[in-house]
Design a protein around this ligand. Structure first.
Ligand code: KG4
Ligand code: ZN
Length: 352
């Protein structure tokens, strides 16, 4: 199978609340990309419940893999390797994908390739795209991470800076909770922000002068909370907030969403600009759920045009957690003759 198309790899992703499988040929050509979200299961808890997530992965993993093979028009025997995102993430969730990948690799006698989810997010803009130049600056913006990297090649990252508190996606999810918009919040805040005045409120944009490349979003979140609900009344366990978002008109909510989005995205883009000031590179790789954000995409596109940066934004279907980015990056490890043995384990933390 691999002769004229490059290695054909099945990727599996189960690090959080998306069960995903995809087939990618030659590291970049996406033959299928199947994602089963669990949002409806976690919505009433306003966040991912690890036990519910692992059980849902168990139920969905085999149908999702079968669907990915069916869409690609391939059988298990056509594959050259099985890849799996094995860190970082929720251990119980990761283990479902890792176990499935090991069993499949063993049963067809093909290599097993473990992939770091953070590396994979930064690889997403490479899928179905032209080759790019390295080194690059890499920006990962998701529910769990907000980090900048110097990317020497897709498998070699040096951390330049990261959030010292909330991830930007987490801040979006909390903003949605404060504004009573539902879960997951990022897309909802983004959509509502389009109808609002982004200068209605002046929320703080953290600059962190001492740690120049780091991010902080907890001050922004607290400012939004107090602006919407008022400052807490009382002390300790008796403290309560005087009002909530149910008292706001639709326009007031939209103005809060737009002003929050301006502050959050401006904070991200300023640090990206700094990274380009400090490192003489001309490529920007972006990945993670928040790379679907309309304002981030527009502001980065503007920056890229001004500075003649080769900006690689992932296609919308490759922004959120997906397995095409796992299978694609595994193509590079496979090309280098790298693989893992059946002792591959899941790990909560990334090594980058
Ligand atoms: O990469 P991802 O699917 O999972 C993690 O690895 O965390 O990212 C999910 C995060 C969530 O916090 C979600 O609210 C956020 O990405 N997100 C967005 C948008 N779409 C998803 N945040 C802002 N604007 C969006 N359009
Ligand atoms: Zn992710």
């Amino acid at each position: 199978m691999s002769d004229d198309t490059g290695a054909v790899i099945l990727g599996i992703e189960s690090s959080c609340d998306e069960t995903a499988a995809a087939v990618v040929a030659g590291g970049t050509r996406v033959l299928s990309n199947v994602i089963a979200t669990q949002h409806e299961l976690h919505e009433k808890y306003a966040g991912v419940v690890p036990e519910i997530a692992s059980r849902a992965h168990l139920e969905r993993i085999m149908p999702v893999i079968q669907e990915a093979l069916r869409e690609a028009g391939l059988g298990l025997r056509d594959l050259d390797a099985i890849a799996v995102g094995h860190r970082p993430g929720l251990i119980g969730s990761l283990l479902v994908g890792v176990s499935a990948a090991k069993a499949l690799a063993w049963s067809i006698g093909k290599p097993l390739i473990g992939i770091d989810h953070i590396h994979a997010h930064l690889y997403a803009g490479t899928l179905d795209a032209e080759p790019l130049e390295f080194p690059a600056v890499g920006l990962v913006v998701s529910g769990g991470h907000t980090s900048l990297y110097l990317v020497r090649d897709p498998l070699s990252l040096t951390l330049l800076g990261k959030t010292i508190d909330d991830a930007v996606g987490e801040a979006y999810d909390k903003a949605a909770m404060i504004l009573q918009l539902g879960y997951p919040g990022g897309p909802k805040v983004d959509a509502l922000a389009q109808q609002g005045d982004d200068k209605a409120h002046d929320f703080p944009i953290a600059t962190l002068k001492k740690s120049r490349m780091d991010f902080s979003f907890s001050g922004l979140k607290t400012s939004l909370l107090y602006a919407v609900c008022g400052k807490p009344v009382g002390r300790g366990a008796d403290a309560s907030l005087p009002r909530d978002a149910s008292e706001l008109s639709d326009q007031q909510k939209a103005d809060f969403a737009a002003s929050f989005q301006r502050a959050a995205i401006t904070a991200v883009v300023r640090k990206v600009r700094k990274a380009f000031d400090m490192h003489g590179v001309s490529t920007l790789l972006v990945g993670g759920g928040v790379s679907a954000n309309s304002r981030l995409r527009a502001d980065l596109t503007e920056l890229a045009e001004k500075r003649e940066i080769d900006l690689r934004l992932p296609a919308m279907e490759h922004c959120m957690d997906n397995a095409a980015m796992i299978a694609g990056l595994a193509g590079l490890r496979h090309q280098r003759g790298e693989s893992d043995d059946l002792s591959l384990s899941a790990a909560a933390r990334s090594l980058v």
